[in-house]
Write a protein that binds this ligand. Structure first.
Ligand code: FAD
Length: 385
């Protein structure tokens, strides 16, 4: 089997890369190790996007409610709450829909096909070896896009350092819950070191009294089974009558921007390139945008006959320019906020009680918080003022 581009991974990043490159005229093969794209879902499914297809959406929310450890809360409007608040997707349908778009654009989609390693000839990458429904298969291509998620191997095979420090990975557990006490109108975030140390718990409503209820904790403060233990504890106190109908565990990269997302013959997109927002853990939109950029650059590189680093540098420059700076800023904020005590968090959220924050975005709210709590937030002065 021969093609111009192999995309490893059929998540949002991979499908957008495959679709974009196929539309630009490349012969593309996208590999997905699972037999069904989008299943199982390792995601709270929150996203704020323009014009999603109606069938992709479980529910639309009015905004975000954020709870301090002492139970006091603030409300942010949907359009100011960031990239994870607006819609709650049905990712099984969404991921499959994006893969269908890639196929309609001309890409070949191979499910139940696991990439096992890169093929090399004369020291250059020339394809991928894989296992397709139990049978070995070799696919030749001069260029590979690694969209293989948080546990990415493509990067490592190509010599890109994708190591994540324990403190830069959130260990997550999530239930799909049925409970009549779920707030169907707001995405809810619960802060507190006894709820989710250096992380947060969430309830993302999916309509009809269903919600993704989960939490993420900093890897360095976790141990085996800890996220699930804390989630059960959170359920007992907050949703004691909730009935669990699905459960998932997973990791979410929450680091600063990766040093390099390219190597000769390889580009990494999405979680594989640690492109999630480290403050929130949201990564769907960045993965999709990175996929589009990588797909465009792939077409140029193939046309120019240069798939070495120099031919792929445009992708590196464009994703850093597009959302890499936001990741760097969010990382600095995360590094500061994970060190706050519950008393600090109570003080910050309590201080907003008399402010009208419903129409403020995050930078605006940080400025108000700084004005009200200069001593506590002094360490963020250079970022805020
Ligand atoms: P993925 O969606 O992980 O896709 C990677 C694909 O590659 C998978 O389908 C996998 O099976 C496949 N694959 C892996 N290895 C191979 C191989 N060797 N061969 C072939 N295929 C392979 N983001 C948000 O924006 N909003 C949220 O509310 C949100 N909630 C989250 C909650 C949790 C608990 C977690 C863990 C993450 C959450 N995220 C959220 C992050 C979001 O899920 C990811 O950022 C997003 O899925 C990244 O897309 P991707 O295409 O890079 O990777």
């Amino acid at each position: 089997m021969k093609c111009d581009l192999i995309v490893v991974g059929g998540g949002p990043g991979g499908s957008m890369a495959a679709k974009t490159a196929a539309l630009a005229g490349l012969k593309v093969v996208m590999l997905e190790k699972r037999q069904e794209i989008g299943d199982p879902v390792r995601c709270a499914e929150g996203v704020r996007m323009m014009k999603p297809e109606p069938e992709w959406i479980s529910s639309e929310v009015k905004g975000a409610r954020i709870y301090a450890p002492d139970g006091k809360s603030i409300v942010m409007s949907e359009d100011k709450s960031g990239g994870e608040v607006g819609y709650v997707l049905e990712r099984k349908v969404f991921d499959r829909g994006l893969a269908m778009q890639a196929a309609q654009a001309g890409a070949t989609v191979l499910v139940k096909t696991r990439a096992l390693g890169l093929l090399r000839k004369d020291n250059a990458i020339c394809g991928v070896s894989c296992l397709r429904i139990g049978e070995p298969l070799q696919i030749e291509a001069p260029l590979i896009i690694g969209a293989d998620g948080v546990e990415s191997k493509v990067g490592r095979w190509a010599g890109i350092d994708t190591t994540l420090e324990l403190q830069d990975i959130e260990s997550c557990a999530q239930f799909l819950v049925h409970d009549t006490s779920i707030d169907d109108e707001y995405t809810e975030f619960f802060l507190g070191n006894s709820i989710a140390p250096s992380g947060y718990a969430w309830s993302f409503p999916k309509g009809n009294n269903l919600a993704n209820i989960g939490l993420g904790i900093q890897g360095s403060r976790s141990k085996p089974g800890e996220a699930m233990r804390l989630l059960r504890q959170f359920m007992r106190t907050r949703f004691p009558n909730g009935k669990v109908v699905e459960m998932v565990v997973g990791g979410d990269p929450c680091s600063g921007p990766i040093d390099s997302a390219i190597a000769d013959g390889v580009m990494l997109v999405g979680d594989a390139a640690h492109q999630t927002d480290p403050l929130t853990g949201g990564g769907i939109l960045n993965a999709m945008q990175a996929g589009i950029l990588a797909g465009e650059v792939a077409a140029k590189a193939i046309a120019a006959g240069n798939v070495r680093r120099s031919g792929l540098q445009e992708y590196e420059d464009r994703w850093r320019d597009d959302f890499g700076k936001v990741i760097a800023r969010s990382f600095q904020l995360k590094e500061f906020f994970v060190k706050l005590t519950d008393n600090d968090l109570n003080q910050l959220i309590g201080s907003l009680a008399k402010e009208d924050i419903t129409k403020m975005d995050l930078p605006g709210m940080l400025r108000v918080l700084f004005r009200l709590n200069p001593k506590l937030l002094w360490g963020l002065k250079s970022m805020i003022i």
